[in-house]
Design a protein around this ligand. Structure first.
Ligand code: GLU
Length: 902
């Protein structure tokens, strides 16, 4: 049917052309009016329209005259009244606005009047949107299908802005049929106050990281911008943009995000027609020079407007067209006489050149035969990686030099020279080389940071010059957008790198970038080691705790008493005081109270006492006591040696809590401009807030450098310095009276500072990782911390000296003593009972009487002599009363010899 119409039209047109000179002649001189009703606020469409008319007019005998009407987006009534105005002027064709409903309204009106209606946006309905040069959603879907197949995606998310973009999904599904990837469909809606973050958060939480996004030019641009804010613009995510305007976006921010962004473009930004149009736009709109990195300010709508003007021009070349003035309100007979013919002729043309979007021809109402550049965002900009041509096989050939970022010449570091900021002097990171010769340039400096840059330069091939960046490493103030110190130098482009003990902080990361950390650390306290205390008067008591001394005294008294009692209980200890008298009247016990005490004292002091225990029980308790004293004295002697040389702590801070309380009047400070100070400034923990208030109230304790802080600690004025553990370690190895107190308050790292989105950051990170894996970082740390200038106090160790022996350490020996004493009591009591029993038997007196008698003798502690047989004695009444008791005493400890009867 369409073909028939086209054939008829062509025949008619050829006829017309035969007589064309006439009718053309009639019309010559009178321009053909073309109307543009635009809702584009940027003025780009209008400028393009006018530019296109001026370009085509140079080829035309009957020129085109453009008339533009600006309307508000979506205001159909305003647009309609403008259309009526154009009709009254005799318009030959009308370019419609972007707003879908307004365009549909105008299309109906134009159709009723047979005026060609040109719509340079995504078609919402192929049957009824007039003359549309925009690729049909089916072809866009086909291109996306081919790319997704090339990428071998097995699942992805399809994000669309509004319902008309669902036609793309529809065609995509048709292409896949029942087999195909898993497609999750999500809508991001510009009507939701332009806030897509909830949708993007859902994308982030889903397992999918491949996203096809379709929508309007502004909608997709905002989608990508918010994707970056939500944190899904990184190497884990791949975006396929299906709106044909990716090349117009501000992509600078995404270049180094490592996210894969692929899109479609309908024209080459370097094309002559495009460049001419850009020049015109620049003159008219004062736009800046376009960047030559695959981007272009020319939107597809502008390009299609330009091309549509070209199609109209080409048509007028063949078809005489003299639009009539029409009245909007008159509905039926008042139509443009050649309007539909003109439109049909436009569709029958095939134009190969002088267009922006390439070949133009139609199959039915749908433009065909065009091609897309498949473009990909690389660090160098948008790069063409393939060509999709309608009806042909998709060609995907990513240039090899772009595949491998590391080998990309553009990003090679070889022969590049960087300014590296250091802080001098700041040992061990950088300091001036001590030399008798005058050194210049890089050779003046040495240190850990210097060596690290040299190692990196060797790996990556860059050159470097060191510059002293001062003591202030810098900070970034979000509210004023101001940077200071080294940060400022980097932000302003005066230096590329900074290496020193510069801590990676989130605040700094907002202004600059950091490499991966090359050293890990935390804030700790630097303070003086415990000092040698004045010798105390009773320092000899230090080896034992008070408890031990107390128990020793109790044991000593107890054992003396035991000896005394056991001595009295033991018959063998009752001795003949005068050995020459064979039958003594009295017996004597050597374990008087004073002798018992003296015996115990002699043993305790490792001396003798000439008192020799004779009975088993007294010997048992003596042996146990000797053993006890042996252990006690040995322990005392061993610990005393250590105590006589001990350096007792003279101060008392053991933790940050002590410091916060200014325990023992210890003051403290930190580096004024560093991340340590910032830690306290920003911390929300009560103790650190208290410390922050203290630091703020004592500006004198905020030093310019860490070295100043170390000097203040060394001065010994009860001053502690909050410092990073790595620097503390460096100082304590060299200053023997300094010590790290407590555990680190936080965990962080030092990194190499570099400009934000610096293209070489990855290379630096890779090289740093390699240095770490090869042990170079550890070697450098060891060199600058433990070798150069170290070894002064490393042997001393960090222990707190000997500690007194507590009861726990000696409880065993006390237990032995107690058990031994009890045993000897048992012995002595049993022998005593045996002795009493024998004696009672011998004198034939009742056992109880004998026991009472003997007990009286034992407990008359004032007496250490006893009569063998007194007049009042129970034994005096017995028949064996003349028998010497001595024999009983002699025998009772040894054997049960029954004394012989007289
Ligand atoms: N490393 C700190 C910084 O990056 C300096 C020293 C400190 O504050 O303790 O600012």
């Amino acid at each position: 049917m369409h073909l028939w119409i086209i054939c008829l039209v062509l025949l008619w047109a050829n006829n017309v052309q035969c007589y064309g000179s006439n009718s053309f002649g009639l019309a010559s001189g009178e321009a053909i009016r073309i109307g543009l009703i635009t809702d584009d606020s940027t003025d780009g469409i209008r400028q393009t329209f006018e530019h296109a008319i001026s370009v085509v007019n140079s080829d035309l005998s009957v020129p085109l005259a453009g008339e533009t009407e600006q309307v508000a987006f979506g205001d159909s009534m305003q647009a309609f009244s403008q259309l009526c105005r154009l009709m009254q002027n005799g318009v030959g064709a009308v370019f419609g606005p972007a707003a879908k409903h307004t365009a549909a309204h105008l299309l109906n009106a134009c159709d009723a009047k047979d005026i060609p209606f040109i719509y340079p946006h995504l078609s919402w309905s192929p049957q009824s949107d007039g003359f549309n040069l925009h690729p049909h959603p089916e072809d866009i879907a086909h291109a996306l299908y081919d790319i997704i197949t090339q990428f071998e995606w097995s699942r992805f998310i399809f994000c669309y802005e509004s319902a008309e973009y669902l036609t793309i999904l529809d065609h995509l599904m048709t292409l896949y049929g029942i087999k195909g990837p898993v497609i999750k469909v999500m809508r991001y809606d510009l009507n939701l106050n332009g806030n897509y973050k909830s949708v993007l958060r859902r994308v982030r939480k889903s397992e999918d990281n491949r996203i096809v996004v379709v929508g309007s030019t502004e909608g997709v641009a905002e989608f990508l911008r918010q994707a970056q804010q939500v944190g899904i613009m990184n190497e884990d995510y791949t975006y396929l943009v299906g709106n044909l305007d990716l090349h117009t976006y501000e992509l600078e921010e995404y270049k180094y995000s490592e996210a894969n962004i692929t899109g479609l473009r309908m024209f080459d930004p370097d094309k002559k027609e495009v460049r001419q149009l850009i020049e015109t736009l620049q003159q008219a709109l004062g736009e800046s020079e376009p960047t030559n990195n695959g981007s272009s300010p020319i939107t597809l709508a502008m390009a299609l407007t330009y091309d549509a003007v070209r199609v109209i021009a080409e048509t007028t070349n063949f078809l005489p067209y003299q639009p009539q003035q029409l009245n909007c309100s008159e509905r039926h007979d008042n139509v443009q006489p050649d309007g539909s013919t003109f439109r049909n002729y436009m569709r029958s043309l095939e134009i190969l050149e002088k267009t922006i979007t390439g070949r133009i021809f139609f199959r039915g109402n749908i433009r065909k035969g065009f091609s897309f550049d498949v473009i990909e965002l690389q660090t160098v900009g948008l790069v063409k990686v393939g060509t999709w041509e309608e009806g042909k096989e998709f060609q995907f050939n990513r240039p090899p030099q772009i595949t491998n970022f590391n080998d990309n010449e553009e990003n090679s570091l070889v022969n590049k020279t960087f300014k590296v900021l250091i802080s001098v002097p700041n040992k061990p990171y950088a300091s001036l080389v001590e030399s008798i010769n005058t050194l210049i340039g890089n050779s003046q400096y040495e240190g850990y940071g210097i060596d690290l840059i040299k190692e990196l330069a060797e790996k990556l091939g860059f050159n470097f010059t060191f510059h002293n960046g001062g003591n202030d490493y810098g900070s970034f103030n979000k509210t004023t957008n101001m940077t200071t110190g080294m940060l400022k130098e980097i932000v302003e482009g005066h230096a590329e790198l900074a290496i020193t003990d510069i801590t990676i902080t989130s605040e700094r990361e907002e202004a600059i970038d950091f490499s991966i950390p090359f050293m890990n650390l935390g804030i700790a306290i630097l303070y003086l080691k415990p000092q040698k205390a004045e010798p105390a008067l009773f320092s000899f008591m230090d080896p034992f705790s008070k408890e031990v001394w107390l128990y020793l005294g109790i044991a000593y008294l107890g054992v003396s008493l035991c000896l005394f009692v056991i001595g009295r209980l033991s018959p063998s200890e009752w001795d003949n005081p005068y050995p020459c008298i064979e039958e003594p009247e009295e017996l004597e016990n050597q374990f008087t109270i004073s002798n018992s005490w003296w015996f115990a004292t002699g043993a305790l002091l490792q001396q003798g006492s000439e008192i020799a225990p004779k009975s088993l029980s007294t010997r048992t308790i003596s042996a146990i006591w000797w053993f006890f004293t042996l252990i006690m004295v040995s322990s005392y002697t061993a610990n005393l040696a250590a105590f006589l040389t001990i350096e007792n702590p003279s101060s008392s801070i053991d933790s940050v809590e002590d410091l916060a309380e200014n325990k023992d009047d210890v003051q403290y400070g930190a580096k004024r401009t560093g991340s340590t100070r910032n830690f306290f400034l920003t911390s929300e923990e009560e103790i650190y807030m208290k410390m922050n208030a203290y630091l703020s109230n004592n500006p004198a304790f905020l030093t310019e450098t860490n070295q100043d802080g170390v000097d203040m600690v060394k001065a010994g004025t009860k001053f502690a310095f909050l410092m990073e553990s790595t620097s503390i370690e460096y100082n304590t190895v060299r200053e023997c009276n300094l010590k790290k107190i407590g555990e680190a308050l936080d965990e962080k790292g030092y990194g190499i500072a570099m400009p934000k989105n610096w293209p070489y950051r990855d290379k630096f990170n890779n090289a740093l990782l390699e240095l770490q894996e090869q042990g170079v970082l550890a070697r450098l740390k060891n060199k600058w911390w433990n070798e150069i200038g170290a070894g002064v106090c490393s042997a001393k160790g960090d222990d707190d000296g000997p500690s007194e022996l507590r009861l726990d350490n000696l409880s065993g020996i006390y237990a032995v003593l107690i058990v031994g004493s009890l045993l000897s009591f048992v012995f002595s009591f049993s022998y005593w009972c045996l002795f009493v029993f024998k004696k009672a038997k011998f004198y034939e007196v009742p056992f109880c009487d004998a026991l009472a008698e003997e007990f009286k003798i034992v407990v008359s502690f004032a007496e250490n002599e006893r009569a063998l047989k007194s007049a009042q004695s129970v034994y005096s009444r017995s028949r064996n009363s003349s028998q010497s008791i001595e024999s009983l005493q002699m025998d009772s400890d040894n054997d049960d010899t029954v004394p012989e009867d007289d």
